[in-house]
Design a protein around this ligand. Structure first.
Ligand code: GAR
Length: 198
């Protein structure tokens, strides 16, 4: 049985979709812990209610990014993770932290990478006038939102779309794509998780 540790910062809806899929599909992996850098992250409530161990490493308590990452690494390693899943974890990670989890840490990003790295991806997509937008799951590397892509799902950008309507349509695909890619990854089929589900 492999161990997955999920890192969140807020709502946690992607974490929720992964937890639900892992339970419903009886993955050969368990969600060993959900860890947040914010004590009030709403996702912690769902995790606890589902019997998952939670931990908080408050980023606001640390003077430097490096100090925080050392504490976070200790908290994560306590659960001997085979895979670290970033699910709306809104922190830039230091190079030593990324290196420590090289090849076993993945992220979900709400754009069709390499398009629109960084924040406000839906606004970026609308301002660029693209016809297709979507979500990517990628291996985390030192450069923000630039690691090898494991899977993507697309949505059409519709006339009249706002950031909110586009974000909502992408989020539906996020909740389908992330469990699919994670399952493929832990079963040794990375790349098998691509594709937009209708
Ligand atoms: C998701 O849309 C995720 O793709 C995005 O934050 C949201 C978190 O929602 N992540 C990033 O923008 C990372 N750069 P959630 O907490 O409900 O999963």
């Amino acid at each position: 049985m492999k161990n997955i540790v999920i890192l969140i910062s807020g709502r946690g809806s992607n974490m929720e979709s992964v937890v639900r899929a892992s339970q419903a599909e009886q993955w050969p992996a368990r969600i060993a812990a959900v860890i947040s850098n914010k004590a009030d992250a709403a996702g912690l409530v769902f995790a606890r209610a589902n019997g998952i161990v939670t931990a908080v490493v408050p980023s606001k308590d640390f003077a430097s990014r490096a100090d925080f990452d050392v504490a976070l690494q200790q908290a994560v390693d306590a659960f001997a993770p085979d895979l670290v899943v970033l699910a709306g974890f809104m922190r830039i990670l230091t190079a030593p932290f990324v290196e420590h989890y090289a090849g076993r840490m993945i992220n979900i990003h709400p754009s069709l990478l390499p398009d629109f790295p960084g924040l406000a991806t839906h606004r970026q997509a609308l301002e660029a006038g693209v016809a297709r937008h979507g979500v990517s799951v990628h291996i985390v590397t030192a450069e923000l939102d630039h690691g090898p892509v494991l899977g993507q799902a697309e949505v059409e950008v519709l006339p009249g779309d706002t950031e909110a309507t586009l974000a909502a349509r992408v989020l539906v695909q996020e909740h389908i794509l992330y469990p699919r890619v994670i399952r493929a990854f832990i079963e040794g089929r990375p790349g098998a998780g691509s594709g937009t589900a209708a």
